[in-house]
Design a protein around this ligand. Structure first.
Ligand SMILES: [Zn+2]
Length: 299
């Protein structure tokens, strides 16, 4: 069985000027842009619906392999509603791969809330719902500090108060800080931690959403900071990962590529498929096709 690491970047589209647009040149490392330029293809995230694509329907489409926006006749932001939750529990990438005998995991650490707390709140993302449904547990603060999980911001600054001096609201930082500044790690160390998780699994999923947060805030210094972290994390992964791993990076919709507006965009999103020994990118047109692509890569 082949191994796949998937990174879902929330709100990361490709602007009409392409990967080498001035915004990305400022905010990303050249090596990351090179990876995207040579190993990614733009795919549609609009799902045949008018209006701006959103996270609940975009992520449901991405991870379940169906057109979730068509299923409920609109783009739905934030967290899935009852109809989407039913779709997710019925069919998702974890379930599809487990049925084929694959070992799957969600690498993100849950530090602020337990899975039980989230189950009774409105804060259930697509990934939380499918992790709860198929795996039944999440990685915790102890896993994070043991190097067996990755925080959603990669470097753990969200928990140490390191972002406080950027003048951000409480939704962007945990106040008071949960971890000491010494607990922060480099993006490169986080990449090694993700690889530790990946050695024990066939499919390892990581979700990064600081891009969407920074995009909505139209906050250039924050965007540069988080995209630099993402760049270094992905480049380190692609450099040190084993030949048997396929690295996939994609997004649910556009946003941070255009911070002249507060909203998401209708731009395509990148689908990065990187293997050290090369290989062609299959003709994928839409985020709906990513589920089947992963199934075909693993089996
Ligand atoms: Zn958003």
């Amino acid at each position: 069985m082949n191994k796949v690491i998937m990174i879902m970047v929330d709100g990361f589209g490709i602007p009409p000027e392409g990967i080498r647009c001035p915004g990305f040149k400022t905010c990303c490392t050249p090596q990351f842009l090179e990876l995207l330029e040579h190993h990614s293809t733009p795919i549609d995230a609009n799902l045949g619906q008018p209006g701006l694509p959103q996270s609940a329907t975009g992520q449901c489409s991405l991870f379940c392999g169906i057109n979730a926006a068509a299923a409920i006749n609109r783009h739905l932001p934030g967290f899935p509603n009852a109809a989407l939750r039913e779709i997710i529990r019925g069919q998702n990438i974890f379930k599809s791969l487990i049925a084929l005998g694959a070992k799957v995991t969600f690498a993100n650490a849950y530090v602020n809330h337990t899975l039980a707390e989230l189950k009774h709140s409105g804060l259930r993302s697509v990934t939380t719902i499918m992790t709860d449904s198929e795996i039944g547990k999440v990685r915790t603060r102890n896993d994070l500090l043991d190097g067996k999980a990755v925080l959603h911001d990669i470097t753990r600054e969200y928990l140490t108060g390191a972002l406080n001096d950027m003048g951000l609201s409480r939704r962007m930082v945990t106040s008071p800080p949960i971890l000491n500044p010494e607990s922060e790690i480099t993006p490169e160390q986080a990449a090694h931690d993700l690889l530790t998780v990946a050695t024990e699994n066939d499919f390892t999923l990581f979700e990064f959403f600081m891009s969407d947060r920074a995009g909505h805030r139209q906050h250039k210094p924050l965007l540069k900071h988080v995209l630099m972290n993402l760049s270094r994390f992905v480049v380190e992964l692609s450099t040190v990962m084993a030949d048997s791993i396929t690295l996939i990076l994609t997004a649910d919709h556009g946003n941070c590529e255009d911070i002249s507006i507060r909203t998401h965009t209708r731009n395509p999103v990148p689908l990065l498929i990187y293997r050290k020994n090369g290989g062609k990118i299959p003709p994928i047109k839409s985020i709906i096709d990513v589920h089947d692509l992963i199934v075909s890569l693993i089996t």
